[in-house]
Design a protein. Structure first.
Length: 261
């Protein structure tokens, strides 16, 4: 079956990598050596190569596939298996219909990576674990630490613990994309690290990422730069700091300072 380029379809067929993704999704209980949940939700199953690995680890798999031809053909590949296919856009899929613990796995299109991630980590019934194969550059940005933070890394890490899985070279896909991919593992937090309003301050602070943060804040919030520098000094923040240098807790202090004036 031909891929649909407009949907960003790049099919991974390397069984070792597919099994590794499924293993990461199937976090096991140490006592029973079984997945901590029986239910996996797969995003974009395509030809069912990852679906096959997931069905060997989970008693129940539901998959959301936008391409109607793929959605119609997929059940025929797994007769007798507990597999349910939803033919719809995942960004419109109603996660609130899921009323049991679940994990998420998928090889997702690069162009909708961020919307998919934020849909999952901000859901009222968040999955226990999210394992996605995404563009390597984006995966690296998400797990960035102090000194290399971006709006994306701070926003995702506010709602989930992020770690990296295996790198997948582009020549392992059919057709090969232009860049390498990497698996990212997200474990949604029960509570966010900082209030969501803090992220609005983060976005303003990153208005010019390469400039000094004090300049961005002074311009964005119409504050005297001297007041901002005094705050930095009192809170052990380098007065020459760039937006990428601050932690979420630093941003929370900064947000409180700005909005309590």
């Amino acid at each position: 079956m031909k891929n649909n380029k407009s949907l960003g379809q790049h099919w991974l067929k390397d069984r070792f990598i597919l099994d590794e993704i499924a293993d990461l999704a199937a976090e096991t209980d140490l006592d029973s050596n079984r997945p901590t949940t029986d239910f996996c939700l797969e995003i974009g199953p395509g030809l069912g190569t990852l679906t096959s690995s997931l069905l060997r680890r989970f008693p129940k798999v539901e998959a959301v596939e936008f391409d109607k031809n793929l959605a119609d053909n997929l059940p025929k590949s797994f007769p007798g298996k507990n597999l349910i296919i939803h033919n719809e856009d995942f960004l419109k899929f109603d996660l609130s219909l899921i009323n049991e613990p679940y994990v998420v796995a998928g090889n997702i299109p690069y162009y909708i990576t961020s919307p998919i991630i934020f849909k999952l980590i901000s859901a009222t019934n968040r999955p226990r674990r999210i394992v996605l194969l995404i563009q390597k550059e984006v995966a690296d940005r998400i797990v960035a630490t102090e000194g290399n933070h971006t709006v994306l890394s701070l926003s995702v890490q506010n709602y989930a613990k992020a770690s990296l899985g295996p790198v997948v070279k582009k020549d392992l896909f059919t057709p090969p994309p232009k860049v390498d991919s990497e698996v990212i593992v997200l474990e949604p937090r029960l509570e966010s690290l900082v209030p969501e309003t803090v992220l609005n301050t983060v976005k303003i602070g990153f208005s010019s990422p390469r400039k000094k943060l004090s300049a961005n804040l002074s311009f964005g919030f119409k504050l005297p730069r001297e007041d901002i520098l005094n705050f930095f000094t009192k809170n052990n923040i380098d007065t020459n700091a760039r937006p990428s240098d601050l932690t979420l807790k630093d941003w929370e202090k900064l947000d409180n300072f700005i909005h309590k004036r």
